[in-house]
Design a protein around this ligand. Structure first.
Ligand code: DQA
Length: 145
């Protein structure tokens, strides 16, 4: 079973970006921990990061035929992108939405997600652990370990 992990805008800056909000792990650290967790769950992952909405849409379309589902931290596109929602609806693949920070404790504009209503589930507030819990939930939903 193969799963694609998508990191949205500004997540390449992890480690130095507002560490009091997002922690000190880098994106490489997150991907390494995901790869280890995936091995334990008996699944393969591929990771992708982009700051560009269109590139993420293209990636979803291209990756969909080879993956069973998506794990995504859409970054700020969470709160703005109907196109991202439509991309997931269009490829008919389950996805889990994750965020490092606890969106409910932050600014009001971060309380709404265009994606959540179509996601299998949403995990936020646990830092890197959000990704790992999200992966676990997605794999379970897909019938894996
Ligand atoms: C984020 C939360 C978003 O509101 C923000 O724009 C991000 C990161 C998170 O992981 O907590 O870029 O998705």
């Amino acid at each position: 079973m193969r799963i694609a992990v998508i990191h949205g805008p500004n997540l390449r800056l992890l480690g130095t970006r507002e560490p009091e909000v997002y922690g000190t792990d880098t994106l490489d650290d997150v991907n390494r921990r995901l790869t280890e967790a995936a091995a334990g769950l008996g699944v393969e992952i591929e990771t992708f990061q982009s700051n560009h909405e269109g590139e993420i849409l293209d990636f979803i379309e291209k990756a969909a035929p080879r993956v069973r589902g998506f794990l995504i931290n859409p970054g700020a596109f969470t709160h703005t992108s109907i196109a991202l929602l439509d991309a997931f609806l269009g490829v008919s693949r389950p996805f889990v939405e994750v965020h490092l920070s606890n969106l409910a404790r932050r600014e009001a504009f971060r309380h709404h997600s265009y994606l959540s209503g179509a996601a299998v589930g949403v995990v936020y507030g646990f830092g890197v652990q959000s990704y790992l819990l999200g992966l676990q939930g997605l794999v379970a939903r897909l019938g894996g370990r």
